[in-house]
Design a protein around this ligand. Structure first.
Ligand code: URA
Length: 196
């Protein structure tokens, strides 16, 4: 679909999301958090759910983890605008706890519709909870990361560590960079020159 029609269809879903009361998370949210970026590059990053900063601003990955995600996007030779960033759940879980399986099940249909419209070449799943919500697998992220999976039998998914984990464990950035390089290869994009 052409970009204007895609934006129109996504706006319809965003409007539905903004009124959603399908799970308990709606009662403590400031606002819903739908997505950021246009997705023109064919790459989507999927996170768990909004944190405090995202709940305040109404945009995903705008807090500390988001700033690290932006650095990763830039290191891939991509811009913030050309990738699409969304979460499994659209409302902030209180105290930044993980979204429960019930909450994810109540919400994931929105993400599924977003992904159907975007039809990305690759989805990067940020952390075990996301892989679980998206693919239904229950393995730990240490085993899952770096290994290609398929979403709906069709779209390549690369599971990797969540940027919030990287903030606590900077040594794991090396593995994430390996995973993101595999994503670039899969998309037929040039790898950025090695840093000196
Ligand atoms: N962590 C997430 O998983 N999503 C956000 O939007 C922000 C932090």
């Amino acid at each position: 679909i052409e970009p204007a029609e895609r934006a129109r269809q996504l706006a319809v879903i965003a409007a539905e999301v903004s009124e959603c009361v399908a799970c308990g998370l709606h009662s403590t949210r400031t606002q819903t958090v739908f997505a950021r970026g246009l997705g023109g590059a064919g790459l989507c990053f999927v996170g768990e759910g909004p944190g405090a900063e995202e709940d305040a601003q109404g945009l995903p990955f705008v807090g500390a983890a988001g700033q690290l995600l932006d650095k990763m996007i830039e290191a891939m030779g991509l811009t913030r605008d050309e990738v699409y960033v969304a979460n499994i759940v659209k409302c902030r879980p209180p105290n930044n706890r993980k979204p429960s399986p019930d909450e994810m099940a109540a919400c994931v249909h929105f993400l599924e519709r977003q992904l159907a419209i975007l039809n990305p070449e690759v989805i990067v799943a940020l952390g075990a909870t996301v892989v679980q919500g998206l693919l239904g697998t229950t393995e730990g992220i240490t085993r899952l990361r770096g290994k290609w999976k398929l979403y709906k039998g069709r779209i390549a998914v690369m599971p990797t560590f969540h940027p919030a984990y990287l903030l606590r464990t900077p040594s794991a950035k090396r593995e994430v960079w390996t995973d993101l390089q595999a994503v670039l290869r899969q998309m037929g994009r040039a790898l950025p020159p090695p840093k000196k």
